[in-house]
Design a protein around this ligand. Structure first.
Ligand code: ATP
Length: 133
């Protein structure tokens, strides 16, 4: 039998994923990071983006935002600020969040928290991308 990785994606609210997977690709602060069985132990900061993982050739995607990943032994644990599997994502909600953030960034009101608006936009875009939009 080929080696698997135990993938756990946990947020402060819930366990989002607990699966045996063949590989995963994670949005890390330094760029997308691929993890295969036998990967060296690492701790990486998570960014806002799309997590994908494969099981017997089938790919599943999820949106994640912030937190950390630890790879040790045959286990990858993501402690994420937020995470949703593609099939859990409310597309209309993400579209509304995207429009709100885009409007804020376009109008640039004096008291606008730019990094916050940019992060909201990136979360919305990651959610849309995870659903294939
Ligand atoms: P919104 O403005 O729509 O609340 P947000 O980016 O500010 O979006 P977060 O603070 O990242 O939302 O997440 C708050 C909670 O809502 C988290 O539990 C997150 O998983 C969930 N969530 C956010 N957007 C969506 C969505 N489009 N579909 C499903 N769950 C979502």
């Amino acid at each position: 039998m080929t080696k698997k990785i135990t993938l756990e994606v946990v947020t402060p609210e819930r366990v989002v994923v607990r699966e045996q997977v063949d590989s995963l690709v994670v949005p890390a602060a330094e760029g997308y990071l691929g993890v295969l069985p036998g990967h060296a132990p690492i701790v990486a900061q998570l960014s806002i983006g799309v997590l994908s993982y494969k099981q017997d050739g089938k790919e599943t995607t999820a949106a994640v935002s912030g937190g950390f990943m630890e790879v040790a032994g045959d286990k990858a644990v993501l402690l994420a600020d937020t995470a949703e599997l593609a099939n859990e994502i409310d597309v209309d909600r993400a579209l509304r969040a995207k429009e709100r953030a885009e409007e804020r960034l376009a109008n640039r009101q004096a008291n606008l928290d730019v990094p916050r608006a940019e992060a909201a936009l990136r979360r919305a875009l990651a959610r849309l991308k995870a659903t294939g939009r």
